[in-house]
Design a protein around this ligand. Sequence first.
Ligand code: SF4
Length: 379
Amino acid sequence: MIETNNTAGAWSQAISPKNDPWDPIVSLRKYGRHVLTSVELTVTNLCNMRCEHCAVGDSLVLKEPEQLPLPLILKRLDEVEHLQTISITGGEPTFRRQTVEEKIIPLLKYAKARGVRSQINSNLTLSYDRYEPLLPFLDVMHISFNYTSERDFHEVGFARSGHPVPAEAAYKLYDTMIENTRKLSEAGMFISAESMINYRTHEKLPQIHRMIVEMGCRRHEVHPMYAADFAEGLPVLSLAEMRQAIHTLLDERDPSIWMLFGTLPFFACSEGEADIALLRRLRKEPNVTVRNDPDGRNRVNVNMFTGDVYVTDFAAIPAFGNVNEGRLDDIFAKWQTEHPLNQTVNCHCDAAGCCGPNLLVADMYYKNIDFKTRQAITL
Ligand code: SF4
């Protein structure tokens, strides 16, 4: 292994509602400016599913080229001075066993040795032995869970397959996912199940939540769905419907499990009373956190095939650098200081614990608002 920039110590504190190293507000408060603390690595564009909401759907392929050499990626990670977290994403990262053995495990070992936290975004539908080897190294296994039955899973998970997928085949994958989630949770894996708030789920989130609790997940993440890639043509919820969905979920949730909300379209500078009431409630609820959006704040995405560096894993915003050409800290600094898009949402109201909207959120709901001229009210 190459010599590391040792930041050991991050490991001493368990990931919890009080310690979420993915939240950009943590490093913003620590360094007084946004710094790169999080790198997301796209290790594959292969996937056995084609979900209707997939945020990287347009990038999925059936065959993929060679990756850049791993030592180059590790070198680029090692140069990131304040690295705190890595996230491994796809496609389905474990789609090929070879990727697990030759890329994912070395990346996780690197992270662990350096005291950096790790996450994998997976659908957990493949065989258990694909995931078991990750147990000693991985901090967070992140899955999507938007279903109340195998029928939902069949409908949602294969909507963009381009050919009919037999129900029985989908049901089998659904059962495997549930079984894997249970078994890995029992074996000690921290599984964080994410549900989207969208036109399908907004009235059944409490039921989805109960299933997540029953599977033994340690955290339920809840994010609104935004119109990117495959989700572009799907119906969009109004802000009122979204607020209502969150209130109902908070009314009915099991408060013993951590609930993390992210990419919310509600801000403490809002003039709407309903927004402020919701934010106040979210603050007060035990075991509930609201994560600021990492995209472009403290995180970049690296495509391990091309080396291109993006602000998000879905490529609506073109790459703004490449790992073949330089250090990630330098590429990130350029985005921070020069990119016109960043200048529109790069606000910060510390008392509200807020560092501005996600780029897609601003574009979808707040097109003509200049957040840099706004100020949070006291929550
Ligand atoms: S940081 Fe930006 S979005 Fe958040 S409350 Fe302040 S002005 Fe509004």
